[in-house]
Design a protein around this ligand. Structure first.
Ligand code: SAH
Ligand code: SF4
Length: 347
């Protein structure tokens, strides 16, 4: 059967089975072709249409005309002494993003970017300093995970959307990617092993709470004092901490899941006793977990990381008011693994 021309453009890495069925229908092909294409994309991980050898040649050509499969090239590949690897991927239009693979025993976590750059302008973040180039498509997010998986030669078991960009200003594409990660016919990673980190875009946190999947949420808090947070995170100034507190209450009531607050300790800025008291008040009697992050020093930035002793003080005080807290040591510091640093240097 001669394939017809498709009028829609399909990004195969973001397609559901239903999308693939619509595609083969547009091409005037029988429905079983959708299953074959799905299997080539996900089970066999082909990178070109020509590798789909059980499809007729003219169908492969028609697919190449109307679909995208992979579009990134590797602009840099760095290995850390701790085993993590960081890649700079460049898309067709020149936009580049970072992704990281972090192995831990049999597990492999992938950290992916949701935008090339970011418009939120956080004062401590290398990505924020560079501004936004553009948002990524779901397929471009999926491609990062596939890249990590292929270069490690093992399955990715969890994904954190903590690379460059603010996922909740690119909500639809981010959710589309999460669904491909989660779909048993695609990557099949459990929803609880899929985490999105937001700087606190309130309306989308409320929306995320209403999604049926049990994805995990992390919120970058960095200060529970309004004026400090306003200075550190100008992009979310329009939403007060009170509104963040309320929406997180809504989130936990609705989902019953424990969100994480990320808090990068910055010497003399958000690690003072007063800041700690406000943080305890913000978290006390709520369902949450505080992740105290060691600040990655960004070249040219005035911010310095706090001491480990100070991080321990934070853990102790938070625990004394019943709030779970852990210290997360930054991985891959030797390969500029902090958000946006590699792109800033090589981009
Ligand atoms: N835009 C989202 C997700 C990407 S940033 C967000 O802000 O949550 C992922 C995490 O890295 C965030 O918690 C962010 O605050 C943190 N981060 C950014 N720059 C950092 C730095 N220099 N040191 C430590 N953490 C940093
Ligand atoms: Fe954007 Fe997140 Fe960096 Fe802030 S910390 S500038 S929201 S990527």
């Amino acid at each position: 059967m001669q394939p017809q021309e498709a009028t829609t453009h399909y990004d195969l890495l973001s397609c559901t089975r239903r999308d693939l069925e619509a595609l083969v229908e547009e091409l005037g092909q029988p429905k079983f072709r959708a299953k074959q294409i799905q299997s080539w994309v996900w089970d066999k991980g082909v990178t070109s249409f020509d590798d789909m050898t059980n499809l007729p040649k003219d169908l492969r050509a028609a697919l190449a005309e109307s679909c995208t499969l992979r579009s990134a090239t590797v602009a840099a590949d760095l290995r850390s002494t701790d085993g993590s690897r960081k890649y700079l991927l460049r898309f067709n239009d020149g936009a580049s993003v970072e992704c990281v693979g972090m192995p831990s025993g049999p597990k492999l976590a992938a950290c992916v970017s949701t935008q090339a750059g970011c418009a939120m302008g956080c004062a401590f973040c290398a990505t924020g300093a560079a501004g936004l180039t553009r948002s990524l498509t779901a397929g471009e997010m999926v491609e990062q995970v596939l890249h990590v998986q292929e270069s490690f030669g093992t399955r990715v078991t969890s994904v954190v959307m903590m690379g460059q960009g603010e996922p909740f200003v690119n909500y639809e594409q981010t959710l589309g990617a999460l669904r491909r990660f989660n779909d048993p016919a695609a990557l099949g990673i459990g929803a609880r092993h899929l985490t999105v980190s937001t700087c606190g875009v309130i309306p989308m946190i409320a929306q995320f709470a209403r999604e049926p999947e049990q994805f995990t949420l992390a919120v970058s808090l960095h200060s529970a004092v309004q004026r400090t947070r306003d200075a550190l995170m100008p992009g979310v100034r329009r939403w007060s901490l009170l509104r963040l507190y309320d929406v997180m209450g809504e989130y936990t009531d609705r989902t019953g899941r424990r969100p994480t607050y990320e808090y990068a300790l910055i010497k003399g800025v958000n690690d003072t006793d007063e800041e700690l008291t406000y943080l305890c008040d913000f978290c006390r009697d709520t369902l949450c977990h505080v992740n105290l992050i060691q600040l990655n020093e960004v070249p040219g930035s005035k911010f310095l990381p706090s001491t480990h002793q100070r991080a321990l003080d934070f853990v102790r005080r938070l625990e004394s008011v019943g709030v779970e807290a852990t210290i997360r040591n930054s991985r891959g510091a030797d390969i500029d693994a902090a958000c946006g640093q590699l792109r800033q240097r090589l981009g």
